[in-house]
Design a protein around this ligand. Sequence first.
Ligand code: NDP
Length: 450
Amino acid sequence: MAITNSYMQRVMEQVKQRNPGESEFLQAVEEVLESLQLVVEKDPRYEQYGVIERLVEPERFIQFRVSWVDDNGKVQVNRGFRCQFNSAIGPYKGGLRLHPSVCASVVKFLGFEQIFKNSLTTLPMGGGKGGSDFDPKGKSDMEIMRFCQSFMTELCKHIGPDTDVPAGDIGVGGREIGFMYGQYKRLRNEFTGVLTGKGLTFGGSLVRTEATGYGLCYFTQEMLQCMKNTSFEGKTVVISGSGNVAIYATQKATQLGAKVVALSDSNGYIYDPNGINLDVVKQIKEVEHGRIKEYVQRVSGAEYHEGCRGIWTIPCDIALPCATQNELNGDEAKVLVQNGVMAVAEGANMPSTPEAIAVFQENGVLFGPAKAANAGGVATSGLEMSQNSARLSWTFEEVDAKLQEIMKNIFHNAYNASVEYDCPGNLVNGANIAGFKKVADAMIAQGVCY
Ligand code: NDP
């Protein structure tokens, strides 16, 4: 679908001029504006109040120097970012990513997507995202700690439990959140829910670690059930990545009766026709912080292939891309379709290129976009914020039940919006529209500064 509406064309042109070379951000905006054409044509208020122009410009974008000292006593300098994109429906909320590819474009695309995702959860959270081009690979625990402390020394000036509540993302798990939380507390002398994904002994929520992967499977299960009258039971599943999202998606898909046969990292992928042994993967990735290829030394019958993209050539019923943006292109989508894939749901943010999404949609493959399918992580972060504010903690079963309910509702809200706007089953449009309306109406209600 191209942008044909003149208002949307004008806004898109302006976004391109203002953000030259920011390809990830432009890709994310273009997809949303395509979907929202259906909405602005029905309701002139959105153009009248300049909602789309305001929506595509971050409320605040902070960039800062992060200097730290490595184990050899050498000073290192990285770049830190926090994009506070939209606070219409709640405090900014979104993860922190530590990866060499992090730049303004990546942080803005992630922050922009987060606005709609957070709205879809129905919890009161605005959209934000941050991170640094720091590469955690090969760093010692002490180096990670010194980096996280230096990063938080600046970030703490801009966040707070009622202002902006960051969480983890690529390269940021429980260890990094712990170091950052400790530094925030040291600097501010306050014990508040300023970060989510915290350790269970200091305010973390049960299920937060599992939430994105579990939520992805709950969403996919509902999509399979309602749109194809089937389930994970007996299906063959390919999952890319082997980090937090991929590991817990593997666990839940397996619990729901599927066989997960492949995982990857940025170097290559493993194929295990007997079904992935998750205990081995968790030992390698969570305990030893090792590489996925080590799996084949420990499990007989498994294969390792260099090059992560080859994972999409493995025949499967369900594909769950859970690594990073643009990891699945049009040609790879065609191979998945030729091999009989029936459903694709995105655990990572924007893992499918626009060409790949078109291939899935043209071939009747069920497609669950990231904003909806991977919202379980931030939804559970929202539940962690509630528990922190109320000074209590819910059981695993309580949080898991709420997560399941939220993911089912997200599917139905996206599906119903797709029906209301004459594109039944197009969950890309449905998720964008359902996420947008609540934010846009709040922006109109709160007025424009004269
Ligand atoms: P992790 O850091 O735990 O794992 C990331 C995984 O993706 C690793 O296996 C990593 O391999 C792989 N990867 C990273 N970059 C690339 C690349 N350029 N090419 C191929 N593989 C790559 O991150 P998460 O599991 O937390 O995040 C994965 C995705 O899910 C991201 O898109 C993130 O934004 C999204 N997400 C995460 C949420 C969460 O709660 N954690 C919530 C919602 C979305 P390697 O070790 O080789 O780098």
